[in-house]
Design a binder for this molecule. Sequence first.
Ligand code: MN
Length: 254
Amino acid sequence: MKPLILVTNDDGYRAPGLAALKDAISDLGDVIVVAPDREMSACGHGITIKGPLRVERIDPFTFAVEGTPADCVILALAQILPRKPDVVLSGINRGANLGDDVYYSGTVGGAREAAFWGLPSAALSLATRGEGSFENAARVSREVLSELLRKPLAAGVLLNVNVPDRSELKGARVTRQGMRRHGSKINETSDTRGRRFYWIAEPTDVWDGDPSDDITAVREGYVSMTPLGKDTTDRMTAVDEAERFARAEVVSAK
Ligand code: MN
């Protein structure tokens, strides 16, 4: 039996990045797409619980969901797929998912949901600010899939892959998640009736610039591969620094 590959994304089931991924992997297994029916970028790991999830069967292998990528994965695993998939891929996203992006990203949210279910998964992104060319990213995605099929990472770990948008890649690096210095810019403007409205601007790229992080790798022309775990406990502070909260008088049992 051929491996079963579930594909989702946050750019919508008609996105060119998803088509490029499908084309690149179609001979490696049976590919089923369960993806949002529209663009859902920056929806993070959100799920829909206050309304119905409508699903449209586009063809026997493609399902469009009125929901988030995490919704898609849950529906696929619990309802749509005939059996447990061997690998879940999310992407290829148009735009990088580096550093703190992994919390906002619907692409990563979909892959993380699969990791929650103990399935091998990867979030795949093309680090571009424009339309971008998915050719290299599709080839890299195929390699990642082959490797996951050959030997998955530990259960609960997802691989966050970012491919630079350039014709010549220098190679690939295993990286750590980078940090961005925050300070969101807001663009203020008004509508035709003079009411003010606001846009959260693309964050300006100010990074800590750790040479081992994901953003540095992509900037230097390398594919970045970051293994992400679901436990986000800060072990540096959890033990010592946070201990005083547990000792605080207000929470002590009397
Ligand atoms: Mn997106």
